[in-house]
Write a protein that binds this ligand. Sequence first.
Ligand SMILES: [Zn+2]
Length: 487
Amino acid sequence: MDDIVLAHGELDCSRTKCASECRILMMKNTMASDAAAMLLAHRIRIDPTHEQRDYFARAAGTARRVWNWALAESQRQVAGGGKPNAMALRRQFNAIKYTDPAWLDADGNPWLRNIHRDAHAQPFVNLAKAWSRYFAQRRAGEKAHPPRFKKKGRCTDSFYLANDKFRLEDKIAILPKIGRVALREALRWPGRILGASVSREADQWFLSVQVAVPGNVARRCRSGNGIVGVDLGVSSAATFSGGEKIAAPRPLRGALRCLRIRSRRLSRKLESAKAAAGITGRIPKGTRLPVSKSQAKGALALARLQARIARVRRDFTHKLTTRLCRENQAVVIEDLSVKGMLANARLSRAIADVGFYEFRRQLLYKAPRYGTDIVLADRWYPSSKLCSHCSVRNATLALSERAWTCVACGAHHDRDVNAAINLQRLATGALAARTALPEASPAATPGTAAGTGLAGGGEVTPVRDEHGQQDGSGQEENGAHFCAHSC
Ligand SMILES: [Zn+2]
């Protein structure tokens, strides 16, 4: 099982230009302090019985239906010029949920009574978050899309449980309405449980428990103090500035043939269902075709394969990001425009396969646990085109050139290794510049590279951390600790 972190995207990407003219988008002195807890989530596979599976599916369906109802209502409010009000929406829903014919079963009984209330209360909270994110992005001038309707089979099935509504006893979870459910493993971390959600992936169910883990427990020992530049690429998933190349498992490439066969099988079944219903061309909106047994079976086979691909990919990125954080005091990566690259059809499959965005997300949340600095280089920093020997720019370097020779100094470069070295130098320069800066630098904005200002003079000091016992010579000494998820 893997651990994921909540509330990603909390790191504010404050654009800063460091003293040594290198282009750094963001740099965080990330060390979880003892007092501050970190929010971590443990996602545990569960083994529900048939009745429990049935309940989970109904609860997830309820959450989806309530979301859609609330979204439709709030869209009406927005169209009328107002802003959606979560509390008012909830009151409106509570007034009708046991009486409105749309929420009654065939015998006229309110079926919501059979589903725990957290499952139909949480969508209002989530929707309010989605709207405020949308309005914030619009205010910031970013590209934004309003919240969307959820479609059965097309969205993640999940529902929420508040922390006072369930209990964990070793490898058993006691959930409301259904009782004891078997877990595949016990909860990994001590700490205050904040809540949980039950979700489905293909035909497997998972319980994801959010825990506020004390800083000294969450923190991990680092085994090295290197500074590494990482160039993410297509030919090899990651290239380190030391010259090491890490090949991606390419699960999608391996499973692609199988994926194509299984999706073709499924679409043929859909075509025949359409033909049986006498529909040609697009299916009209609101039409529900009957789903045959073999169609359901085909859909499950496809979903299982996709889940497997996701697992292999997740496993790879988790191992890579943990290794980078564990072995280094600073990791430099390029802030790639993943969306822009995905738009390039020729590159898109290879890039999506490596999972750049997930790589970056994992790195950013793991860094505070190891006290590792993550440096994001500006996406326009020409890491590939600079010669790492003499810093002369090779403007004519094409994407297809995997190796090149510098015209100024004659150095022969492997494209990816050269880029990784340039990224590493960016960090070395920035760290040196940061140590040289006076404590109260006028350029300092809170939380940015210059603002944290390393203690000690002129050189990068190693950090040793034995479960909270610090050697007193490193980054932890200065007050500006950064923990993305302190609470
Ligand atoms: Zn050169």
